[in-house]
Structure formats: C-alpha cells, structure tokens
Design a protein. Structure first.
Length: 161
C-alpha cells in the first residue's frame, strides 16, 4: 500500500524545456501596475474620452424577420418558432414552410429592407424585402406584445404564389 506522504515527487516530463531561471532578463510579462492611482497620490489630469455607448439591442422587427426567413428558406425547422408565435400563426407558418417559398438554389436569401406600421398600441405590422442574388421577394408578418412583455408573431404571409 502506498501512502500519500511516502510517495516521491514524480520527475518533470522530459519533452518540455526547463523553465527559465536566469535573473538577468525578465522571464514573462512585466509586472502589472494598478489602473487607478492611490488616493494619497496627486491626481494627474486624465484625458477625457467619449463615454462608452451600450450595445444597441436589435429591434423585434429585425429579430423576427431573420427568424422567419430562416424557417421559410429551409435553414431551420418550423418548431424553432413555436415559442415565438401565438394563435394560428404557427399553423400558417407550418403550411408555408412545407413549400419553402423563400428557398433558393443560388446565394442564401438575406433581409434587404424592413419597414413597419403601428396599427395600435402593442402591435406591429412588418414587411420585409428578401434578396437572394438578383431576385427580390416579399414577406409580411404581424407582431403583438403579450402580457409577459414578449413579442410574438400572430400572422405570416409571403409574396410567393
């Protein structure tokens, strides 16, 4: 039985070079200096910079246009939108996705332009122009703000016949 205290220290592996022990030159990064001067030290004039702007959150119209395009072009399955739809919109989306109206053989379709109309408080009617190569297609959908303050898609249409 080997006791932990009686074990010898295993030798260092021979496939690595030994660490530097020369004290004449630094072996690594220079020592880190504190980012703020001490409270007792006199403060030097710090250069003023523009305040850091927060990362702007994408609008729900942009998010839903990208999500719907991924489903209608066949890049994502329909159930990917299940928790982002309400009412009969999921059934409409499933029916549309069977035909893959925005699928292309050439370049991948992208959202070219988005516009929206606010018919009432908490509702958006959105249209998107979808570009794939030199072809331009249309997609329209309606978003409604739920009681839980989450946007959900309630209707979907495409310009494909």
């Amino acid at each position: 039985m080997n006791k932990v205290m009686s074990r010898a220290v295993p030798p260092r592996p021979r496939h690595r070079p030994p660490t530097r022990r020369d004290s004449r030159r630094p072996g690594g990064a220079p020592p880190r200096t504190p980012s703020r001067p001490a409270a007792t030290a006199p403060r030097a004039e710090e250069p003023r910079t523009a305040p850091v702007t927060a990362v702007r959150q994408p609008r729900p119209t942009d998010l839903f246009a990208d999500r719907l395009l991924a489903v209608l072009s066949g890049q994502r399955p329909v159930h990917w939108m299940l928790r982002h739809t309400a009412g009969r919109a999921y059934d409409e989306l499933a029916r549309l996705a069977e035909r893959s109206p925005l699928r292309t053989l050439g370049p991948r379709p992208v959202v070219h332009d988005i516009g929206y109309y606010v018919p009432s408080e908490g509702a958006l009617e959105v249209f998107a122009r979808i570009c794939a190569g030199d072809r331009l297609r249309a997609m329209a959908f309606r978003l409604e703000l739920g009681k839980d303050l989450r946007w959900r898609c309630t209707a979907v249409e495409t310009g494909a016949p």
